[in-house]
Design a protein around this ligand. Sequence first.
Ligand code: SF4
Length: 272
Amino acid sequence: MKIQYKEAKNIITRSNIPTIDFVINPYIGCQHGCIYCYAEFMKRFTNHKGDKWGQFLDVKTYDYDKIKPQRYNGKRILLSSVTDPYIPLELKYQNTRKILEKLIGTEAEISILTKSKFVVRDIDLFKKFENIEVGISINTLDKEFAKIIEPGASRPLERLNALKEIHKNNIHTYTFISPFFPELTDFQAIIEETFDYSDGFMFENLNFRPHNIPRIMNIIKVQYSRLLPLYQDFRVNHARWDIIEERIKKFCLNKKISDFKIEFHHGGFSKS
Ligand code: SF4
């Protein structure tokens, strides 16, 4: 792992994501190194063109006293969008914790999203916020598959235990079932598993991008060769995703889940 410090001009930045006003990314790069990661484009803008995603980390340095919690009142802040706030190295560098400490007192709505068991470290801090939710991103309960596609992240059971612990501490939780791998993401099993300790659910499809297509297809070819033609079709045929969307909707309504959001985007399809 190549690690260096990088001075950040700003640590809470405006967001292009609809419904999110600001994002916080305490690091550049992500130790989790997920094979489908959409944030890998960051390499181009951060002098990491030749580096392998998951093999470098820029630890941002910033004068955290400059963070003014009231500035974000009424806004929605996501932590994080192009890294994971609770990568293992967060235990050493603690950027996420330092930022959250400075945000105490804000009336912003804070949404934490992670694939890491280490999120439980900050339960004491989460309790100090008026409006906070903590989400776990998960797309399989199969630890072997998770290890292949998300090599550096916590295993599914560890993530679920973390979510359970956070919920037990009366903090609003959500399960982000993402990215949805056709025929491999058993969303019903994940919902059944998390139903008692997840206050909401979100779903996102697998977006095929030029940089991740070879990796995804190669894994499907090697591990699940029978699914290869199906995945080739999913790349170009949006109607297939619509069917999944309907199945999710139906299941959630039957289960009387009131808080669920399906964010299936098709902008990432590539003909390459
Ligand atoms: S945890 Fe998120 S940001 Fe990190 S590699 Fe995985 S998908 Fe990318």
